[in-house]
Design a protein around this ligand. Sequence first.
Ligand code: PHE
Length: 420
Amino acid sequence: MALAGSAIGLGNIWRFPYMVGQHGGAAFIIIYILCSIIIALPVFFAESLLGKTTGSDTIGALKKTVPDSPLMAEGGLAVLAAFVIVSFYSVVGGWSFDYFIRSCTGSFQGLQITEASQTFKAMTDSVWQPLGSLAVFLSLSGIIVAAGVDKGIGLFSKVMMPVLFIMILLIVIRSVSLPGASAGIEYLVKPDFSKIDGRAIADALGQSFFSLSLGVGCVLTYSSYMRKEENVFYSGIWTAIFDTVFAVLAGFAIMPAVFAAGLPAAAGPSLVYETLPVIFSQMGPVVPFLFFLAILIAALTSSISMMEVCVAWMVDQKKFRRGTATLCICCLAFILGCACALFPKVFNTCDFLTSNVFMMIGSFVFVIVVAWKLPKVDVRTQFTNYGTSKAAKVAFPVVWFSIKWLCPIAIVAIAITNLL
Ligand code: PHE
């Protein structure tokens, strides 16, 4: 549940639907699912294996597996990347907190599209409002992380993930039953491959990495807390299934409503904060409340996983106490988060650097270490839980081929496409 919580986040509810909108609907969803199965899932297995077998934080895991190799530097980069992501991600998390409060006070009732755009602009342009929401969001994440891996992160994820699924299902039911919703449903199920180009494929692959939280040590750190009998293969498969089902459900919660209201599907990043409040405001006070609460919970379960990467490093390597480490990370993330909230350039640079550079380098190093530095027999033994998992045994040759060849090639290819 915690791994699913890390994976399911703003990437699913905010990024995925607008990318589907920009890249022509169903065809993009199909490409996304293929990328997740063929490339992202094997990267997940590699990162998870490193965490489970070493039982260490990101830096510790690389110290144990590739000591004296320059690849070890990736450990530091991953912690830095997790820190940078948590800083700008919490800014968007803060917006969802702000919108959640507005939905509680009923301020979306009767909203028009121009007012919605003004509300969003006024919020992001103001100085104190985003900083206040950022502080609240970071504090909420900090409280959960400081409470510990079992009593904080584990408990929060176990309780909140089912709640999240129920909420999104309720919104889907409401959205698809609106008059005029069928055009939106058709958009999500009828593929138009003419919209698919190199950019769309690179975006689908990049989105699958972002959505599964790959390359920044979140999967590695959470997997280091797995029990021996737990299986990297099954946890990976379930995380990918939950994550993809949730992203598609978010698409069905949003697109039919957008089409029913006759608003543009390709609105881009503003879809969730400008277009949706207008549509949901026409559905009574409950739908916006449920939707922004869902975004807030999803954002929290992801931000705690990034914070945990940094906290685990401070606790394991620097011998800080958990509470002190969490407080330090929250304060530092608040400083960088303020810069992201106030200067769009800083926000965009952090977003670009982490998704297009750091996550790619991290994923590349994790697959190289597992497939090219560790003995194949050891990887097979760990992957199949000492030969006890039949399904993992059957899947191993395919997974191994992907980790060894397909993943490194695909990562280099998207990195080049993204940087061009
Ligand atoms: N997977 C998260 C989402 O979809 C984002 C994330 C990225 C979380 C990297 C952790 C690490 O929103």
